[in-house]
Write a protein that binds this ligand. Structure first.
Ligand code: PEP
Length: 246
């Protein structure tokens, strides 16, 4: 039996507007009752947190953000604190998405600090890790992920129990190229092996990278794949719900 409840999270990235969001959110609310067997969530751009909360309230679908400041409050122009996300009833926040790491130069330590800030505000950080194509081809996937996870693991067992990890090979994000279920499973098992026994059994490890309805079911048959972090396919209600149904 799968001890961990499946979790599917949509990452809208920098997409949407109030009108398009309204129809997407309505579509999710209408279709979700049929697939309640998994936890379903959307991580939306900051300005739409209120809209997401208002339409998802009571639906069973939860919501969150795509980034958070490591600082509690203060003179940090443009930053958004974990307490602000909690104020909008967010359950989740992505930290260390590969686009944040590569475009914004976020370090492994900063990602861990953000995870800690999220936990302190009662949010669940979804810590994203993954290797580039070059690193994959050089055979350094394990060591890259170990390095990315090191400061997160240093947060300790009590913190780790409450986090979600997303393995997202950079070469599979938005490229239409997915890791095979076996490739992904191998990395997920290696990640789980880095966690202490009781924590390892509890932490949900999601796969991300061109997940679609057509490939979700085979990924989800793998013992260490507990769900998915979905980008492009999360922008279409029907497709996203089909992934959840898988
Ligand atoms: C992502 O951005 O987290 C992602 C997995 O994107 P996509 O599903 O579009 O590859």
């Amino acid at each position: 039996a799968q001890p961990r409840k499946r979790l599917v999270i949509g990452n809208w990235k920098m997409h949407g507007n109030q009108a398009a969001n309204a129809s997407l959110l309505d579509g999710l609310c209408a279709g979700f009752p049929a697939v309640r067997a998994c936890d379903l969530a959307v991580c939306v751009p900051f300005p739409y947190l209120g809209q997401a909360g208002a339409s998802l309230q009571g639906s069973g679908i939860s919501w969150g953000a795509q980034d958070v400041s490591k600082h509690e409050q203060g003179a940090y122009t443009g930053e958004v604190s974990a307490a602000m996300l909690a104020d909008f009833s967010c359950s989740w926040v992505l930290v260390g998405h590969s686009e944040r790491r590569s475009i914004h130069g976020e370090s492994d330590q900063l990602v861990a600090d953000k995870a800690q800030a999220a936990l302190a505000a009662g949010l669940t950080p979804v810590v994203c890790v993954g290797e580039t194509l070059e690193q994959n081809e050089a055979g350094t996937t394990d060591e890259v992920i170990a390095r990315q996870l090191a400061p997160v693991l240093a947060l300790g067992a009590a913190a780790l129990e409450k986090i979600v990890i997303a393995y997202e090979p950079v070469w599979a994000i938005g490229t239409g190229r997915t890791a095979t279920p076996e490739q992904a499973q191998q990395v997920h098992a290696a990640i789980r092996a880095r966690l202490d026994g009781s924590v390892a059994a509890k932490v949900r490890i999601l796969y991300g990278g061109s997940v679609k309805a057509a490939n979700a079911a085979s990924l989800f048959t793998m013992p260490d794949i507990d769900g998915a972090l979905v980008g492009g396919a999360a922008l279409m209600a029907e497709e996203f719900l089909r992934i959840a149904a898988a």
